[in-house]
Design a protein around this ligand. Structure first.
Ligand code: FES
Length: 526
């Protein structure tokens, strides 16, 4: 824990004992490795930083490093530890295409908007490459060819649209007769020059470079509130206040209730990493066009090749994660001869209602407060370019994507139906949860290692029975805006179906926008 007042920006480089990076769920991903770290010593808390960055994922670290390199005094406040959130759970694809297709971007934002979006994706990609080169980062970076295939008529039409949209914005793509997949397909696209890497090796190298450049990091520092006066923002955390002239929320959903609760939908995505009997792993990034989709790629972990199969994304708290994993494994076993499942984990991302991320001045906030969210499933490129955009905005420099990604933009009419769909879903949960439409059950039927919403004397309780038989009981009312949380039996978390807040079995916040824990009701010891 960093503490102490008046000790000015001292940097101590030393080899620590190795640290395993933790993540926002009970499952383990292959990225959670033991890493030697460069650590900082004590820092003062009474100085006014040029920029406070809330969140220590790829967006926050990229912005922080760029700002620090530009001579701005910055501090990162991370609620848990660096890489705890989505960056630590990503499947780490680096592409020149995106979940929002260039054709979709053109229909919503015009030809120039689509071209700028493509430029942004490419710039994010290039930034990752240049950081790897500049800092000589050993992060398993490998160039790959990517394939997207269609299995039926509808998907073939989709592919044609993706092809035409990409050609219009000069993103190289071609049709392909061959795809390294055992799945029968009818048509396919191929992109050369794509890539993959190890996200936490990359992130921790950025962290080292940032600290080397004089930056400060405060881990286990949850910012609960920010007040602004005379151009200085004061961020409140449990153990300290931090003052800064500017603030960047690099937390995906900014905390507490804000406009993004109605503009971004939280999604869970699933991955299994398996060993194959054959030893023949595809040397490519392969995607199908199903809804929800599947993808496949390989990665060498600890000297052993693994096949990563992922997808089956769904809205957070809306479907059963255990079923999602079961379906994913069934799919994997249908097409591959699997000798063992080595890892399984899930992660969260945010789908923006009009298809493009929100990066820039935080709506309805004081001047000098910025945010970035709504990356869809393209957080590596968009998180990186968002870091660049935000660092430019903090430095009052022009950035060509600032207007397109402006969080205060007026949504195009085209996206209105999607907007209604996303919000009616949230509205349903606001109503349904409050009127008790969810399944309830008795505490007695709760098996060890499982959680459930139960009703005791007419009161709803989020109850988890641990392996020793003890009940961990919480008030299931989400501290963000009052929806009722659902049990995630895979990550052992309570997930809110409204805006994606997540809590551990003790009620502590794992994922925003909530900043307060669920209330503990107590343990009955049975
Ligand atoms: Fe908004 Fe739970 S995350 S009510």
């Amino acid at each position: 824990m960093l503490a102490g007042v008046g000790l000015e920006n001292l940097l101590e480089k030393r080899k620590m004992k190795t640290n395993t990076i933790s993540r926002d769920g009970a499952l383990t991903s292959p990225w959670q490795i033991d890493l030697l770290t460069v650590v900082q010593k004590e820092r003062t808390t009474d100085q006014i930083f040029d920029c406070l960055i809330v969140g220590g994922g790829i967006t926050g670290l990229t912005a922080a490093l760029l700002l620090q390199q530009a001579g701005k005094k910055t501090v990162i406040a991370e609620a848990h530890t660096i890489g705890f959130g989505t960056t630590g759970g990503t499947s780490a694809h680096i592409n020149t295409f995106a979940d929002t297709t260039y054709q979709e971007a053109e229909s919503a934002f015009g030809a120039e908007g689509a071209r700028l979006f493509a430029d942004a994706i490419n710039e994010g990609f290039a930034l990752i490459k240049s950081q790897i080169a500049q800092f000589k980062i050993d992060c398993d970076y490998e160039p790959k060819t990517a394939y997207l295939y269609a299995e039926n008529e509808d998907e073939m039409k989709l592919l044609v649209g993706i092809y035409e949209g990409a050609v219009k914005v000069d993103v190289p793509v071609e049709y392909s007769d061959d795809v390294p997949t055992p799945v029968p397909f009818q048509k396919a696209l191929r992109w050369e020059g794509q890539a993959q890497f190890h996200p936490l090796k990359y992130l921790t190298a950025l962290r080292s470079a940032y600290i080397e450049a004089g930056g400060s990091i405060l881990e286990n520092t949850l910012i609960t509130q920010i007040t602004s006066e005379d151009g200085v923002h004061t961020a409140e955390a449990k153990s300290r206040n931090i003052k800064a002239k500017t603030v960047i929320y690099a937390t995906h959903m900014p905390p507490n209730i804000n406009l993004f609760n109605f503009e971004c939908a939280p999604y869970r995505s699933y991955v299994v990493a398996v060993k194959l009997h054959s030893g023949e792993y595809p040397d490519a990034l392969v995607y199908d066009s199903q809804e929800p989709y599947h993808y496949v790629r390989s990665h060498m972990i600890d000297g052993k090749e693994l096949l990563l199969i992922g997808g089956l994304d769904h809205k957070t708290g809306h479907e059963d994660p255990e079923k999602a994993f079961a379906d994913l494994e069934k799919y994997a076993r249908k097409y591959y001869s699997i000798s063992s499942v080595k890892y399984r984990w899930s992660s969260q991302y945010y789908v923006p209602v009009d298809g493009l991320p929100y990066v820039g001045k935080m709506p309805l906030a004081a001047d000098g407060i910025y945010c970035a969210t709504g990356y869809n499933g393209n957080g590596m490129m968009l998180g990186s370019v968002a870091g660049k955009i935000l660092s430019d905005l903090v430095r009052k420099r022009p950035n060509k994507y600032a207007e397109l990604f402006d969080p205060c933009r007026v949504k195009p009419i085209d996206s209105f139906s999607e907007f209604v769909k996303e919000n009616s879903d949230v509205a349903y949960h606001f109503v349904a949860d409050r009127f008790g439409l969810h399944e309830t059950d008795s505490l007695k039927r709760l098996e060890p290692g499982t959680g459930k919403l139960v009703e005791v004397d007419g009161e709803k309780i989020a109850a988890y029975r641990d392996e020793n038989g003890n009940i961990h009981a919480l008030n299931p009312t989400c501290s963000h805006a009052g929806c009722i949380v659902n049990w995630n039996g895979e990550e052992k978390s309570w997930d809110c179906p409204c805006h994606g807040a997540r809590y551990d079995i003790e009620g502590n916040v794992l994922t925003g926008p909530a900043t307060k824990s669920l209330t503990q009701i107590g343990s009955d010891g049975k």
